[in-house]
Design a binder for this molecule. Structure first.
Ligand code: SF4
Length: 342
């Protein structure tokens, strides 16, 4: 395990052994539910989850990326730890996913700053170690850039659809890809979220703790806002399953992906009202705009034209195709499962 200083524990609490930290500080979870002085930390933990559920990044008590006062460190670590306890007690997986993603974004910001730190070499080295230890990406500093092996680059950029991420558009030298600190960290965003999510999922669920009941039941209510009970994906082609998966994780699906998904489901006979909740988990979700756009695609508003699902060829050019052998001989996702492989 990495040796972390107080600033690093506050910035990257998921790297610390939070349970051990709790013990070292001489606290038990029960005390947080009953001691009036500690109860405010449960409120802070709840806020941390609520902010994440809203698709935003929790604002820390850190000043200039440092633990400003003695009390800030335990507050940061305890609110993270208690947030996990509340999430586990609620059993709400949608909230866990959103929390993990928001915490990944928060950590990403610090990692990027640490990589770009020119006055403190130790911070840069720790960020490089974190990326290497957690994701096996060997980052090296070269002039003003960070370089990583092409094989690592390809592995981690596979789901990036924008042109600038295509290898052909990158500066490559001696088998290494040149990246800015922002790009280096962006490359591991998904894995960072997955890492934090799996730490939470694998954490033991405690018995209900006295004093935790109210925030836990509030979380159960909160999660209803994000419930998606719309579609089953059994017979859907991989491109559609992938798009639904991206949305369910609370990640961003490009406009072209949303267009594909909506037109596919509309053609399958789903209504605008049935489809709209799928987009609830998108980081930029806006109910009014979503309904407007879906009605437009369905032809129930605007020009009255119903848009059709793009062809497989078009989707390939948009990096939205994840073909499997069963996709052979079809030219549009709507044909998936209908034509037999010859
Ligand atoms: S081949 Fe067509 S149906 Fe299959 S994943 Fe690609 S776009 Fe979707």
């Amino acid at each position: 395990m990495l040796a972390l200083g107080p600033d690093e524990i506050a910035k990257y609490p998921f790297l610390a052994d939070a349970g051990q930290y709790l013990k070292d500080k001489g606290f038990t979870l029960e005390q947080f539910g009953t001691d009036p002085d500690l109860k405010s930390l449960i409120d802070k933990a709840f806020d941390r989850i609520e902010v994440a559920a809203d698709g935003k990044v929790y604002k820390s008590d850190l000043i200039a990326d440092q633990v400003s006062k003695e009390a800030a460190l335990p507050r940061e670590v305890f609110s993270f730890l208690l947030a996990i306890v509340l999430l586990k007690l609620s059993g709400m997986h949608t909230l866990i996913k959103r929390f993990a993603l928001a915490e990944a974004r928060r950590a990403e910001k610090y990692l990027e700053r640490d990589l770009a730190n020119i006055s403190d070499e130790s911070k840069k080295q720790l960020a490089i170690r974190v990326i290497d230890d957690l994701f096996s990406v060997q980052v090296k500093k070269q002039d003003d850039y960070f370089v990583i092996p092409v094989s690592d680059y390809l592995k981690h950029s596979i789901n990036f659809h924008e042109r600038e991420w295509k290898l052909i558009n990158r500066h490559v030298e001696n088998g290494h890809v040149f990246l800015t600190p922002h790009e280096t960290v962006r490359l591991i965003r998904k894995e960072l979220g997955t890492y934090i999510n799996s730490k939470i999922v694998n954490a033991k669920t405690p018995q209900m703790i006295s004093g935790f009941e109210e925030p836990v039941s509030k979380l159960v209510s909160l999660s209803k806002k994000f419930a998606t009970s719309v579609v089953t994906t059994g017979e859907y082609p991989p491109c559609i399953k992938h798009a639904i998966d991206v949305l369910e994780k609370g990640e961003n699906l490009p406009h072209s992906g949303r267009f594909m998904l909506a037109t596919f489901l509309l053609s399958k006979g789903q209504t605008v009202e049935q489809i709209a909740p799928l987009f609830k988990n998108a980081p930029d979700y806006n109910e009014r705009v979503t309904l407007y756009q879906l009605n437009h695609l369905a032809g129930t508003s605007g020009s009255g034209t119903q848009y059709s699902c793009p062809s497989c060829e078009k989707l390939k050019t948009q990096s939205l195709c994840f073909a499997i052998p069963e996709c052979d001989n079809i030219t549009n996702p709507l044909q998936f499962g209908k034509k037999r492989v010859q």
